[in-house]
Design a protein. Structure first.
Length: 420
């Protein structure tokens, strides 16, 4: 299957949850062309006799449905028995197959160069963000090391002038620099997303307007009765030649302290606040994998606690978004959400379709299958019911990106005559 890409842009509003628009259209067109989709616009396409899951986790599956696509948009959705295919359309008979919206990867540090291949069903991601803003020393060479409030404001201005759709936040920012960044970003109506810095309580970041927070580290701390002690420990972290790994080893020890001092009432109050503020969490559960070595036992304990926290986020009404990990696979995250955290297949799929579209202000345009929406769809293999088992999302026959069809499986097609 060819591998086009496309991106959703977090831009044009002071908060991620409002007035955003589908962006990067020219870049998306170039990506599709590079994947072998150059040339005239594709023929209209009619997907018939499909079992349609138009809005996972919101609407039940509908068998015997037709989706008509023209010029990159969905023009009609209805029962196959009642909706004729256009006479000039390519008709695909999808009996026994499921159709879902294209998946949206909510990881904020994806760049165009490492866009996940469309064969995995990922048709959009959040971006492009700015160069990450981090503290001193920065964890990664590509980050901007921000020493103080003035430097944070300059970095935000450069991000806006450089065309970034949002400011990427990394964990080392000081509280002073973070609050200056947030203020400057609001002034410029430039959203910010990513990590919650170690020096900033999660509740404060949520109140300040950060609408997408990646990872559960900040939530672990905030739900602990030893939060102040742990924050002092964070401030004393030292790093050597490998800042990222050095920091991570020390962070894990502090996280284990947070797990052992977890207090449900503190967690409930915080989660209610996040829900009221409209803060979304991208847990990145798959980032931690299967721990090995001498620390494996307590690392598994931390991972099990993360799964519990995701279940609590869902129970308390805090929207959860699915995001992959560098070099990882969004399907792994869906399985962690559905099976590991116990959200179930429908809620996990929602976290990769309707919920991120809503977070990006694209409800009705992406993340669902509705007339007028973008023609980004995934056709699953016969019998691959993703609501019964989310692993079925791996069994992909075809993907439609901006109305262009990329096939892997033996989908039955007819060139002109619509099925009866």
């Amino acid at each position: 299957m060819a591998e086009p890409g496309r991106r959703l842009v977090l831009g044009g509003a002071a908060a991620l949850g409002s007035a955003l628009a589908l962006g990067g259209t020219a870049a998306a067109g170039r990506a599709v062309a590079a994947a072998g989709g150059a040339g005239p616009p594709p023929r209209p396409l009619a997907l018939t006799h499909a079992t349609l899951i138009a809005a996972p986790g919101v609407e039940p599956p509908q068998p015997g449905m037709t989706v008509v696509i023209r010029a990159g948009r969905i023009t009609a959705v209805g029962r196959t028995a009642e909706l004729p295919a256009p006479p000039d359309a390519r008709v695909m008979d999808l009996r026994g197959r499921y159709v879902i919206p294209g998946l949206i990867d909510s990881r904020t540090d994806i760049d165009s160069g490492d866009f996940p291949p469309v064969r995995r069903g990922v048709t959009a991601f959040a971006g492009p963000g700015s160069t990450p803003l981090d503290g001193v020393p920065a964890l990664r060479q590509e980050s901007v090391a921000v020493r103080d409030a003035a430097a944070a404001r300059r970095a935000v201005r450069r991000a806006g002038e450089g065309g970034a759709a949002f400011v990427r936040v990394y964990p080392g920012l000081s509280r002073e620099a973070y609050l200056a960044m947030a203020d400057e970003a609001r002034r410029r109506q430039l959203p910010y997303a990513g990590h919650c810095p170690d020096a900033v309580p999660l509740a404060e970041a949520s109140d300040a307007g950060q609408r997408i927070v990646e990872h559960l580290h900040a939530l672990l701390l905030a739900a602990s009765t030893r939060e102040e002690e742990i924050r002092h420990g964070l401030a004393r972290i030292t790093v050597g030649a490998d800042p990222y790994r050095d920091r991570l080893r020390q962070i894990h020890r502090l996280e284990w302290t947070a797990v052992r001092s977890y207090y449900p009432d503190r967690a409930d109050r915080l989660l209610d606040r996040l829900a009221a503020n409209g803060t979304r969490i991208t847990p990145a559960l798959a980032a931690h994998g299967d721990p090995q070595g001498p620390d494996a036992a307590y690392l598994r304990g931390i991972h099990d606690h993360r799964l519990h926290l995701v279940a609590e986020l869902h129970r308390r009404g805090v929207p959860v978004l699915a995001g992959s990990t560098p070099g990882g696979d969004l399907h792994e995250e869906l399985e962690q959400l559905a099976d590991g955290a116990g959200l179930g297949a429908a809620a996990a799929l929602r976290a990769a379709t309707a919920e991120p579209a809503r977070a990006l202000g694209l409800a009705g345009t992406a993340g669902t299958v509705v007339p007028g929406g973008a023609a980004d769809l995934v056709v699953l293999a016969p019998g691959a019911d993703p609501l019964r088992d989310v692993k079925a999302v791996r069994r992909i026959d075809a993907v439609v990106v901006r109305g262009r069809l990329f096939e892997d499986g033996p989908t039955r097609t007819a060139s002109r005559r619509p099925p009866r």
